[in-house]
Design a protein around this ligand. Structure first.
Ligand code: SF4
Length: 236
């Protein structure tokens, strides 16, 4: 849960860690680490995570607020080298919101050039139009319960490409109904894989599972594997 000081930051304050401070095409990186992939169709595979600093959103259930502020400026070459050193061929760029930094678009290309399978976890609050089409985008759609539904960039749902997945983090059954409506409105079941996930500690997975079965939804229930294994421990 976010504290009020963080929630009440204005946009200038939210973006201040990354505005006009980075030299050349450098990236402000919160952390780089290896773990198992906890979400998406790649759940369970070993994966290297590159977590960037700063986010313009403030979701009610956010569990990565530490990434809003702290980071180390790194060259893209340094980041790629660090990722390759793990010897794992799956990498995810995540945040915060990675697409707030222009260098992220270049980093995604460089990682794909190195024959890695590259996932991008993004909030859905920034356009994915200029993301390299080799990248597998895990696109969040913010629900009313997130408090950030007004920040969705809806045209993202019209430009998804093969390999992309759309994820709804649900806080309650109203969110579930909202997600169903969006899936139909944007024809998501026919265009992409749809993931439904329960916001940690807010709605029982079993309740969601029962609803999805009753409604015969062609969506996948996702349980965040890293939280089952390690709870909310950072860097896992
Ligand atoms: S988009 Fe992600 S990082 Fe940003 S506030 Fe929401 S949950 Fe946190």
């Amino acid at each position: 849960m976010l504290n009020n000081d963080v929630i009440n930051q204005n946009m200038h304050e939210r973006l201040s860690p990354i505005k006009n401070k980075l030299s050349n095409n450098n990236l402000l990186v919160h952390e780089i680490y290896a773990s198992v992939q906890g979400e998406s169709s790649y759940m369970g595979y070993p994966c290297v995570f590159v977590r960037t600093t700063a986010c313009h959103l403030r979701c009610t259930y956010c569990d990565t607020a530490s990434a809003f502020f702290k980071g180390t400026e790194k060259s893209l070459e340094e980041v790629v080298k660090q990722v390759l050193a793990y010897g794992i061929d799956l990498v995810e760029l995540t945040g915060g919101e990675p697409l707030l930094q222009e260098a992220s678009f270049t980093l995604l290309r460089l990682l794909a050039d190195n024959n890695l399978t590259v996932l991008l976890e993004t909030s859905g609050g920034v356009s994915i139009k200029n993301v390299d089409k080799r990248i597998k985008v895990i696109l969040d759609v913010k629900t009313p319960g997130s408090g950030q539904v007004h920040k969705n960039v809806w045209h993202n749902l019209n430009i998804l490409w093969p390999g992309c997945e759309v994820k709804f983090v649900l806080t309650c059954l109203d969110d579930y109904e909202f997600a169903k409506e969006i899936c139909v409105k944007y024809d998501l079941y026919n265009k992409t894989k749809v993931l439904f996930s329960a916001a940690y500690g807010q709605i029982e997975h079993s309740i969601l599972a029962e609803k999805m079965v009753i409604d015969c939804l062609p969506a996948r229930l996702q349980i965040q594997l890293h939280k089952v294994l390690w709870g909310n421990e950072p860097g896992k």
